[in-house]
Design a protein. Structure first.
Length: 90
């Protein structure tokens, strides 16, 4: 396995991981900002007030994005296993 093949494999792993985690990270960021603004405006500093909506948003995002995430992961896995001979060769 050449260095270029390893670099390409690692780049594909990192990009797939990035695209799979992006919806969750974006929703977590937006919900965190909204909750922080609400806490500032209402002077409520309860930790459960911040955690529960964020967890609910993560759950909702996971349920909505799961078919897309699974399709993307299956495409990546199929391409990786289909090209396994190139990585196993000398």
């Amino acid at each position: 396995m050449t260095t270029a093949a390893v670099v390409e494999l690692m780049r594909n792993v990192m990009m797939t991981t990035f695209w799979l985690s992006l919806p969750l990270l974006a929703v977590g960021f937006v919900v965190g900002i909204v909750i922080s603004l609400i806490q500032i405006l209402t002077s409520i500093q309860d930790t459960s007030f911040a955690a529960v909506p964020r967890l609910a948003a993560f759950l909702g995002t996971m349920l909505l994005a799961m078919p897309w995430m699974l399709a993307k992961l299956m495409t990546y896995t199929t391409a990786l296993l289909g090209d396994l001979g190139r990585f196993a060769g000398k």
